[in-house]
Each structure stands twice: as structure tokens, then as C-alpha cells.
Design a protein. Structure first.
Length: 87
């Protein structure tokens, strides 16, 4: 098949709501790549980059395409600086 497969990955939470250890994240990504996953769009519900780091590193180390994402909005409480401070 020539169509790349893509998935959403909840960072340290993988596919659910429980945090997993870095070695579990690494193994999950390894198996997903081996089973044909090409692109991983990695996010964290709290927009905490620390919760995306292990997953993004695992994706890249297994030769897949990693997309780090942030969810954002504009409001009086959410300025451009709010989002710049996350990076």
C-alpha cells in the first residue's frame, strides 16, 4: 500500500487517559511502526510539552513521521505569549 497511515497519539497517555512509563511508550510506538503506522500526530490534553517528549522521540527513533501539536484558542486569557511560552 502506498497510502501513509496516520494516528493520533496522546503523548504519555498513548491512546487513553492513564500515564504510561517511557519504556511503555517506546514499545507501543515500536510495535505501531512495525505494524504499518507511518505518521504520528502527538498531543497532550494539557498542552504540556513534557508529556509529548518521549512519544516524539520514540516516533523519530523508529523512522516514522512525528507531528507535535498544540490545541489553542484566542481569548482575553490566552495571548500569543501564552502559546510562545509553551515552546
Amino acid at each position: 500500500p502506498k497510502t501513509p497511515l496516520q494516528m493520533l497519539l496522546r503523548g504519555q497517555n498513548l491512546l487513553g487517559y492513564r500515564h504510561y512509563a517511557d519504556d511503555v511508550v517506546e514499545r507501543f510506538v515500536e510495535r505501531a511502526v512495525k505494524n504499518g503506522m507511518d505518521v504520528f500526530r502527538v498531543f497532550d490534553a494539557m498542552n504540556d510539552p513534557r508529556n509529548m517528549k518521549a512519544a516524539l522521540q520514540a516516533v523519530r527513533s523508529h523512522g516514522a513521521h512525528a507531528q507535535g501539536t498544540l490545541s489553542y484558542t484566542t481569548s482575553p486569557a490566552h495571548t500569543l505569549q501564552t502559546w510562545l511560552d509553551l515552546t
